[in-house]
Design a protein around this ligand. Structure first.
Ligand SMILES: [Zn+2]
Length: 321
């Protein structure tokens, strides 16, 4: 049987997704389930294998039809060894040789990459970054995941941690981040950071429309809605998020000089309200030496960017061989 699909796996802290991905970036089938990461790596790896086999059976395929397996995982990772060094949202997953553990079960080549990178590769291959040579993606979710694609290739860096753009500093002596630094982008512009800032403002006694409804949790989506409605607290936090993203985009412009920056994750659900806010601050600060400011775009693949990109990396690896 000729290889016709790649298996893409997105290993998240809460959700595990597996998909069959065709050579043109389309998903043939997919499935998601709670990761249950606290039970340790082996049960999760067994679940990956079971889900992949079930998807193949449902598509009337067997493992001989699989070109390769791509896995997006939280990091930091040792890409040469195919290991998870330590993953903040996978408790107890320290020094896990994920690539060899999966290969032992599936006997199919496995490529491992950071989840921010797989999402970026997915959007570049089959989403908002299609047709661009050079693209940066920021996934604005619980934290900020990121990936840099230059000349069609993901940038990894010597220590494999390139593109940790969520921890680039946008405010000197700013908010403390769990990573140990201060002023990281993800404290200001992730969906989690925006919600946290709103909760903090209310706990400090500021009045806001957010307190009108105390049955719903405070989320970035509600902060965006409040900002649209003119609520001062929400407007301030949303505007700071947009300003932090504009500063990040300027730093990205001067570091990588991409054609576009793609925003994904929960914050991007605000659509043009997010793009307009960031563009407003970009226009206020843009440099004047030449016109090379990247265009801003919204991600197109939603939650599927990671599995599609992971499958894409498996296709890329097989074609490079
Ligand atoms: Zn940080």
């Amino acid at each position: 049987m000729n290889a016709s699909v790649a298996i893409g796996i997105d290993l998240g802290g809460t959700t595990l997704s597996v998909a069959l991905v065709e050579r043109d970036g389309r998903m043939l089938a997919s499935r998601s389930t709670p990761t249950d990461a606290a039970r340790g790596p082996q049960p999760v790896i067994d679940k990956m294998v079971r889900m992949a086999d079930e998807l193949l059976t449902s598509a009337s395929l067997d493992r001989s039809a699989v070109v390769g397996v791509g896995v997006g995982s939280p990091g930091p990772l040792d890409l040469d060894a195919g290991r998870i060094v330590r993953a903040a949202n996978l408790p107890g997953w320290i020094d896990v040789p994920l690539r060899s553990l999966l290969f032992d079960k599936l006997e199919i080549d496995v490529v491992l990459d950071n989840d921010g990178n797989t999402a970026a590769f997915g959007e570049h291959w089959a989403g908002a970054g299609r047709g661009y040579r050079d693209m940066v993606m920021l996934t604005l979710g619980t934290g900020v995941g990121a990936g840099v694609v230059l000349g069609g290739q993901l940038v990894h860096g010597h220590f494999h941690n390139a593109a940790e753009l969520g921890h680039t500093i946008v405010a000197i002596d700013g908010l403390r981040c769990a990573c140990g630094q201060r002023g990281c982008l993800e404290q200001y512009a992730s969906a989690g950071g925006v919600a946290r800032r709103a909760i903090d403002a209310i706990e400090h006694g500021q009045s806001s429309v957010l307190t009108d409804n105390d049955t719903e949790p405070i989320t970035a989506e509600r902060v965006a809605d409040g900002a649209r409605a003119g609520d001062d607290v929400c407007l301030h936090i949303w505007d700071e998020a947009c300003r932090a993203l504009a500063i990040a985009c300027i730093n990205i412009q001067h570091s990588y000089n991409p054609e576009c920056v793609v925003f994904g994750g929960g914050m991007s659900d605000a659509g043009d309200f997010l793009l307009d806010g960031v563009n407003h601050h970009l226009a206020a600060q843009r440099w004047s030496l030449c016109d090379d400011v990247p265009s801003l775009r919204l991600a197109e693949l939603g939650r599927e960017a990671g599995v599609i990109g992971a499958g894409g990396l498996a296709w890329r690896q097989s074609l490079d061989c």
